[in-house]
Every structure is written in C-alpha cells, then in structure tokens.
Design a binder for this molecule. Structure first.
Ligand SMILES: Cc1ncc(COP(=O)(O)O)c(C=O)c1O
Length: 470
C-alpha cells in the first residue's frame, strides 16, 4: 500500500485525516511531502521511510527545546511512577504556578488548562465577569472556540449571535482600536507581536486607551511565551496586560496551557466557571517545570533568538543575491517566508524538503537548532532559491505536487492587513462559510551563550542518530 492509499484509509476513520487543520495534506505540497511523521529527535523529524528532515514547524510551535529531550523525559518518567491525576491538587501545581508568577510580569495568579483555545476562552470569560460587559475586540488568531471562531472563514456550527459580540482591529493601527472601543467592550485581546514588532508605543497605547474605557487587555502569548527573550513579550517590551494566555511550548510538546493575570482580575474565577478534568494532569505539569528549569539554565530564548537572527539575515542575503521577490518577516523565534504566489512558495518548500528541510506556515527555531543545523538550512535555502530563480516565471512547471494552501491563521492575518473596512475600524465582516478542500524588523540580539552550552543535555541529543537524506 502506498502512503497515499494509507492516508485515504486514515480519512475513512478520521475526518480530513488530521486533528489539527494545519496538518492537512493540502497545507503542504501534496504529492511531495510525506503524509505521516514517525518520530523526532533534537531538531529533526523522520518520516515513515526513515528520511530525516530539519523540523521548522516544531510541533506547531510546541517543541521549544527539541524533540525527545532527556531532561524533560526524565521528569515525565519520574512523575509517571507516582501517578498522573489525583482527586486533590498536587503540590507540583503550586510549584509551577510560583515559577510562572516569578517569570511573567502580569501573573499574580494562574489557572491551568490543556489547550490555547481553552486558555483564551477562559480569559474572555474572566474579562466578561470582571467588567460585567460582553464585547470583545480582537486581532490575530486565538483558537477554535465559538467566541473567536465566528470571525474566521470556517465558522459553521456557531450561533450567529456571537458575531454581535466581537470585532477585529488591526495590529499597529491604534485608530482601528480607538474607533471601536465603547462602553460594552469587556476586553481587547491581541498577540503582542506576530509579523512585526509593535510600532512605537503601540502596546502601551492599547493598554492606556482600553483602561480609560474600562476594558481589560489580554495578551495572547501562546506562541511568544518562552520563545521571547525574558520569557514573554510583555517582559521583553516592558508592558503589563491585565490577563495573559500561554500554551504551546511550556511543556515542550506536552499539552499544557494557562491563563494568568492580576490578582483582582483572576479572582473573578471564583464567580465564573472554568474547570477541566485534565487541568491538573501531572505529566504535563512535571514536564513544564523541567522545561522552565532547562530554559533558565541554558539561556534558551537568547540562543533561539540568536539562531533566528542568523536565519533572517542569511535569508535576506540570499534573496538579494538572486534578486528575487521573496522576503522573511517575523521576529527571530518565529519567522514567515513571503512569496508572490502560493505556487512560488510551494516550489521553494518542495526543493527544501528534497534537501532535508521541512517547512510549514512558520519557522520556529528550537534550542536544538544549533549553528550546524542553521547553516545546513541556509545552504539548502540557497540551493532551493537558485532553482526557484530558474523557474520564477512559471513555478508550476517544475512543481511536482499540488500547490500548498495558506493556513486559516495566515488567511485571517492577510485579511486583516488587506481589508480597508477593518482599517477604518468597522465591525468584523462575517464571511461566507466554507471548508478547505481536503486534498486539496527583527530585534538583533548579540548574546553569545556558546560557552554555557558545552554540557547541555539538549544540545548533545540534538545532533545524534538517524538516517539522513540531506
Ligand atoms: C496565538 C494563538 N492563540 C491561540 C491558539 C490556539 O491554541 P490551541 O490550538 O492549543 O487551542 C493558537 C494556536 O495556534 C495560537 O497560535
């Protein structure tokens, strides 16, 4: 049976064959990319045939230290022997919450959940309870739950009423927020950065005008947490929201997310209902404590930032050398490659994959992506862009698979940027409901943590084993 036939069998029992829409074959170059990944080791992932790739989606941003990191594994194993979930809280929960309170400026209290969508939904509920208001202004992507999902292109199955409660504003456009704030606004929620840094005092202004209006500010730091120098965008940019949501990378791939905030705001949880069976699941909590310890001991964010800066600099150089209309955006820990068409991007992905670099909607650098891995990536990107240059006028001619479709998250952001309605600050347009086809300024950082890395367990694992197709 071919892998494609196998995947068809998967689709018989799992809708679209995936649990996360961005893993659908149509989001990659179908016909070229593998359908399944078998395992990961350090910065690498391996497909069913044992082919090894440098991993840039990094578990959709969850893999912060690298795959299969012994320091974290050991914490998980040790907790496994003691048990996973009990009828009363474990002291580990307090230990993790105290670490978070130390690390995250706005955090005085913490509630653990399992996913980012749960964390943002809890944050909205807390803000609505605290302010006794209903409406939300958002910017960016905040998960699949109804209060937010109504604003996106795939929004069937949600009561239409929700569209009255939420509007979008545009990142770095304070007017688009100002014109929409009113006495019904409970909260303004945004990712503190995505594609670009906040311009001037944008984040401070968001907080100021929201507070003047009696509204709370929620930072969605699902991606920026631990990947940003100092552990959060709020620490990096020295701004303090009322509530913040974190997830993805905190347990290096195990499911853990949380909502945190100032004491007075978080005490609203005594009046509203946020409660989850798995909220106190201890393998993830033990993994999170180990991940934070590792992160602190080895200067993980600084290192990731340094490697990401090299990737940004070198990609820009290559694009210039080949005189191609392609660019790289984002901050060093999460970058995006931009091409004139999806077909150009797909051809680039195809050529990188052939040479052992697995790209997706964003490049996340993990701590296991050391300089050797980054240099190999840059060499592969150069070879791939050279091929793209030759086919620039007709990339489809040498594209062997189907053109990759942009992810929903990407589309949401593009829409925000392109749609003048939003720039003028009007309420969100509710789009035609539909599903994708199944098959179908970086901050320069000069830290040099090399010396501290020589005895580092993550690094030695990162460069071990595996069949290579590079
Ligand atoms: C900024 C942001 N918020 C929320 C979410 C939702 O998180 P989850 O998929 O864990 O529910 C994501 C997921 O990609 C995200 O990037």
């Amino acid at each position: 049976m071919t892998e494609k036939e196998e995947f068809q069998k998967t689709c018989n029992v799992i809708p679209d064959g995936v649990q996360t829409l961005s893993k659908m074959p149509c989001r990659h170059v179908e016909g070229v990319y593998p359908f399944y990944i078998e395992r990961g080791e350090g910065p690498y992932i391996f497909d069913g045939e044992g082919k090894k790739y440098i991993d840039y989606p990094c578990g959709l941003g969850t893999i912060l230290l690298g795959h299969n990191i012994e320091y974290v594994n050991q914490a998980i194993r040790s907790q496994l022997k003691k048990g996973i979930l009990f009828p009363l809280p474990s002291r580990l929960e307090t230990q993790l919450a105290e670490k978070i309170v130390e690390l995250i400026p706005c955090a005085e209290m913490v509630r653990f959940v399992k996913t980012g969508s749960e964390a943002t939904s809890a944050a909205i509920k807390i803000a609505r309870t605290y302010t006794d208001r209903q409406n939300v202004l958002c910017c960016g992507y905040h998960g699949w739950h109804d209060w937010y999902n109504i604003t996106t292109q795939i929004n069937t199955g949600i009561t239409d009423y929700y569209k009255n409660l939420i509007s979008r504003f545009t990142y770095n456009d304070i007017e688009s927020l100002k014109t929409q704030l009113n006495k019904d606004t409970a909260a303004v929620i945004l990712e503190p950065y995505i594609y670009e840094s906040p311009k001037g005092s944008f984040l401070e202004q968001v907080i100021k005008i929201a507070h003047e209006n009696g509204s709370l500010v929620i930072f969605d730091e699902m991606v920026t947490g631990l990947r940003t120098i100092h552990g959060s965008a709020q620490a990096f940019f020295s701004v303090k929201p009322d509530i913040a949501c974190f997830g993805k990378s905190w347990a290096n791939g195990l499911p853990l997310a949380y909502v945190c905030g100032t004491r007075t705001v978080m005490e609203s949880l005594q009046r509203c209902f946020v409660s989850s069976t798995f909220g106190g699941e201890l393998l993830s909590i033990a993994a999170a404590i180990a991940t934070i310890e590792f992160w602190q001991k080895f200067g993980v964010a600084d290192y990731i930032w340094e490697m990401g800066n090299i990737l940004i600099r070198e990609y820009k150089n290559i694009a210039k050398k080949y005189n191609l209309n392609t660019s790289i955006s984002g901050l060093p820990c999460r970058t995006f490659l931009n091409f004139p068409t999806e077909e150009h991007k797909s051809l680039f992905w195809q050529e990188c994959l052939k040479r052992g670099v697995f790209l997706g909607y964003a490049q996340f650098v993990s701590y296991a992506h050391d300089i050797t891995v980054i240099n190999r990536t840059i060499a592969v990107m150069e070879e791939s862009l050279a091929i793209c240059q030759q086919a620039w006028d007709e990339p489809g001619k040498i594209l062997k698979g189907k053109t990759a479709q942009a992810t929903l998250r990407h589309k949401v952001f593009e829409k925000e940027n392109k749609n003048d309605e939003h720039k003028r600050g009007s309420a969100v347009g509710i789009n035609k409901r539909g599903r994708p086809n199944r098959s179908g300024s970086s901050e320069q950082f000069d830290g040099s943590p090399e010396n501290t890395l020589s005895t580092d367990p993550g690094r030695s694992i990162a460069i071990s084993e595996g069949t290579s197709n590079q």
